[in-house]
Design a protein around this ligand. Sequence first.
Ligand code: UGB
Length: 603
Amino acid sequence: ACPPLRRNLRLLAPDEVELAKMLLNEGQMHLFEHWAEPGVDDDKKKGFFDQVRRLNSSYPGGLVSYIQNAKKLLADSKEGKNPYDGFTPSVPSGEVLTFGDDNFVSLEAAGVKEARNAAFVLVAGGLGERLGYKGIKIALPRETTTGKCFLQHYIESILSLQEASCKMVDDGCDMKIPFAIMTSDDTNALTIKLLESNSYFGMEPSQVKILKQEKVACLADNDARLALDPNDKYKIQTKPHGHGDVHSLLYSSGLLEQWKSEGRKWVLFFQDTNGLLFNAIPSALGVSATKGYNVNSLAVPRKAKEAIGGITKLTHVDGRTMVINVEYNQLDPLLRATGHPDGDANCETGYSPYPGNINQLILELGPYIEELKKTHGAISEFVNPKYTDSTKTAFKSSTRLECMMQDYPKTLPPSARVGFTVMDTWLAYAPVKNNPEDAAKVPKGNPYHSATSGEMAIYRANSLILRKAGAQIADPVVDTFNGQEVEVWPRLTWSPRWGLTFKDVKEKVRGNSSISQRSAFVINGRNIFLEDLSLDGTLIVNSVDEAEVKVTGHIQNKGWTIQHVDYKDTSEKEEIRIRGFKFEKVEQLEVNYTEPGKHSLRA
Ligand code: UGB
């Protein structure tokens, strides 16, 4: 049927012949039509089949399924079919937690206990196109007072949970919480380098598993003909398939079965740049455990039109219901089409009635594995072609199928226990997604989701937590960096092993302690107690775990001042430019306790 291919047949291994037949059956003859005679470009032809083999094995059901799914989704898209046809949205009900109250504290305790049955999965395959940062996002500083990157903070948080959870059982516990990271070709090498050059930030290398997602084939037209790479006619063009790949990768890697055989019960998924996330993990895991949720999504109050999905109850005309994330670009049209003429709008509270999905999912492992045995981790997909005109016959550029990890519940039976947990945004959610220019254009009152707001949110959260624990923390001042108006709170930061839960923090804040607005305070050690401390300046306390340090008295110095940096100022490092400020370290007190025993730091 395809002469250029037939002339090359003798070059092909038996499995390559099968792959070629499969492609021809699926209408992909154009992939071979330009093939040179045998003897010319033979290496490239081998390379072509290597790529086809990879594309075939990394997609549940192989390339046949991919092409068939694409044909169907492209036909639906051409017809303008609404994926939510027949569904009516309504506001779901879930757990709403209040930071620091008795319920919160007891859920945190339940969550820490449960952590020894948990495994963590970070999805970090995205390029972060909206942020435009040239490195990988998990290598960015979470805040610049300590300069610790997101990945370090995540690993230290998991290690602290591991220790705290172990401590709750009587006998010697040496349980290690597994940590899987999904990377892609865009992030894999840099992620491994970051881990290796930092000794895995204290985690045992065997605890960490890297799963690399493959890209999927691009589609050139409505017949789902695969697109060839414009620069190499023996290569299929590929693009990322989305964070939904994490489910099929976990399934095919055998990791889930391994975790189950170790007695694990929970899998916690999280995204690359939310520096506040671990404030929410213990209590949310506590909710999963006490409510027996098969699926628990973390959510925050959401401003209408904010670029985070809305958690929605969908009721079909046939009676089916599900609680699911409706992505931010689909919520507004869905609401308008179902009798809400204002679409995605704020209600009396000033927020959308649909809680915002922060894509932190806690899945119960047993039911999760059972479901994946049926689906092999395939997740409901979508396609988003940009057509050249309203006839929808041609695309401006090639497209591809995509999938999202939070769509996992879509295939679950109605009996599945799917819930969600809403927490305050200040406590739980401050991602770094937008570049300075786009952030500055965010409508007033909506969050910037930039490097500036991401860092300031950490100081605010820590200040509010310490306030709740009884310390007097000065009010913030308002300042503008890279065109974004933000609250600047005292720059308070602590290592996860100091303040894993609210109870931990509360136990370490004693008497009448106060911190002024211009202060910065780094608490780096497990047993550091603030007792009648009055801080006005910069203080850094480092201590080994075996030491017990009391920090007391009036400590004052010139401290660190904040300097504005313009994001266009290329004399500054990109990490600094994108946040729009840097610290001038004028004066500080830094103390290191390296010996066990009791110590007192008195001004
Ligand atoms: N990611 C991958 O690992 N692989 C990929 O192929 C793509 C991404 P974005 P998005 O919390 O604010 C999500 O791009 O997809 C990783 C939710 O869908 O930052 O626009 C990537 O590395 C949305 O409902 O976000 O929106 C990153 O860690 C809402 O919750 C993660 O996937 C929103 O996040 C998310 O990728 C949010």
